[in-house]
Design a protein around this ligand. Sequence first.
Ligand SMILES: C[S@@+](CC[C@H](N)C(=O)[O-])C[C@H]1O[C@@H](n2cnc3c(N)ncnc32)[C@H](O)[C@@H]1O
Length: 240
Amino acid sequence: MTQPEHSPPPDVAYPQKIRTFVKRAGRTSSGQARAIESLGNTFIHPYTAAPVSWPAVWGTDWRDQPVVLEIGFGMGDATAHIAQVLPDTVFLGCEVHEPGVGALLKLIGERGLRNLRIVQHDAVEVLEHMIPPASLDVIHIFFPDPWHKTRHHKRRLIQAPLVRLLCSRLKPGGYVHCATDWAPYAEQILEVLRAEPMLRNRSTHPDGYADRPAYRPVTKFERRGLRLGHGVWDLVFDRC
Ligand SMILES: C[S@@+](CC[C@H](N)C(=O)[O-])C[C@H]1O[C@@H](n2cnc3c(N)ncnc32)[C@H](O)[C@@H]1O
């Protein structure tokens, strides 16, 4: 019997894509569900496997503003804060976790924000297929999952091929801003960003880490870590 075209031959192990996340069980609260119901149509942009045009994403709110992509916004606290303090910038947030999408939509509703759109999809695929080349001014990656165990390191988001992809989507003169509270991951991020020829470290500190830019708020989680004596490392690299 012949195999359907999309099936691997029975004796060949099919390479599974390594994802940077696992779907968590977390429950969507009724407030988050209400926000998705009432605001989802306006602020969630469906994933498309073809490059988008920004006017199609922001509609009549689009006035050629700088575009920031945020990967993995979690519950969206930092995202909403930054969108509020930078009203003349537009933000596209990618997150796979539904309660997080609901939480950010709730903040959008409560604060009357207009300059944000959400794509609820794997950001790696969004970058690969949906974001046009050289179309982003900034990329934010705050506290990406550290994947502590050695056997899970392959799931870490910030690795050389992804950094190359980020660079291809950034405009020359744009920049990428990462933050982490896990020292070994900070070292890895610094190493792969430094190794990318299209990037230049903005930091002038001898250790290569940047001061926290004023727009990035200290989140509740981060404040707790700092109280416990944990470090936080910001990394800001310009796209040449
Ligand atoms: C440790 S949390 C940090 C959340 C937030 N940035 C913060 O600072 O609180 C990492 C988030 O990234 C999301 N994430 C991981 N890989 C992703 C991917 N490929 N696409 C979209 N979201 C992703 C996870 O669902 C999770 O919410």
